[in-house]
Write a protein that binds this ligand. Structure first.
Ligand SMILES: [Zn+2]
Length: 263
């Protein structure tokens, strides 16, 4: 039943942006979303464990993304080209800032310069030089994952509406995984993937529909490097824009973060 809610929400977003757009439900023949989430989760773990060749991972990723797309959208006009996407995000207050009670001041680096996409390859875990992401830091000098003033965890909020594709919840110190406990969310309107990493508690499940501003997780220090004392407590936020062929391309979210609604 949750998909009915989703369609309502999606329709409202569309109606706000362009009345000529139509959404066509693809019916029961398309693979169901839960099975696509499961395939994504399995593939992502295989990539992380270097248990799959990058070319084969790339092929499977495209298949999953194209099925996911077709599950959500079939009218050709639904998919936003980059100009319409930019217009949507500029004029409609589309994004929520991903940390509750925080603002863009908490973004690491200067004017978003923590973002380096050169060399990034989602499908080859051995490539380690890039950082196609923004790190957003909380005030946690004693590194207990609680905000210094409030002594409370900091909520990680979904930046947009979307479906939770994959989570990891059982990271342990010493594990190689760099992302620690992660959450992947697919936004069908932007046709892209948000990745929220280093979380402590994760509060959503694959297949779950989330609205912009919904709590996904709490900020943590999970992940091979994030756990080390030299790393201040932060959220690692990455966005991958799907290309027409279904392959991902990193995109710098800095401007989106500057214009995001703060909760
Ligand atoms: Zn990072």
């Amino acid at each position: 039943m949750r998909w009915i809610g989703f369609l309502g929400a999606l329709w409202m977003s569309l109606a706000n942006t362009a009345s000529s757009q139509t959404l066509v439900w693809t019916g029961e023949t398309a693979p169901n979303v839960d099975s696509l989430c499961q395939r994504f989760q399995e593939l992502y773990v295989q990539i992380r464990e270097e248990a799959i060749e990058p070319d084969s991972a790339r092929y499977q990723f495209r298949q999953i993304m194209q099925s996911l797309r077709s599950r959500f959208q079939s009218a050709e006009s639904f998919r936003l080209d980059s100009a319409r996407r930019d217009s949507l995000v500029r004029h409609f207050g589309y994004f929520v800032f991903p940390l509750r009670n925080y603002s863009p001041d908490a973004i690491g680096g200067s004017r978003g310069n923590g973002y380096h996409s050169a060399g990034f390859d989602l499908f080859d875990y051995r490539v380690r030089c890039s950082h196609p992401a923004q790190d957003i830091f909380i005030k946690d000098r004693n590194q207990d994952c609680l905000e210094d003033q409030s002594d409370q965890p900091v909520d990680v909020l979904s930046m947009t509406n979307g479906v939770v594709l994959s989570i990891k919840t059982d990271w342990k110190p010493g594990q190689e995984y760099r992302g620690g406990n992660w959450v992947w969310v697919y936004d069908p309107l932007l046709d892209g993937l948000f990745y929220y990493a280093h979380n402590n508690a994760v509060l959503v499940r694959p297949g779950q529909w989330v609205q912009a501003g919904d709590k996904l997780a709490e900020v943590g220090r999970t992940g091979y490097n994030a756990y080390k004392t030299r790393s201040p407590t932060h959220l690692h936020l990455m966005y991958l824009q799907l290309q027409p062929d279904g392959l991902p391309k990193p995109y710098n979210t800095y401007r989106w973060l500057l214009g995001a609604k703060e909760l």
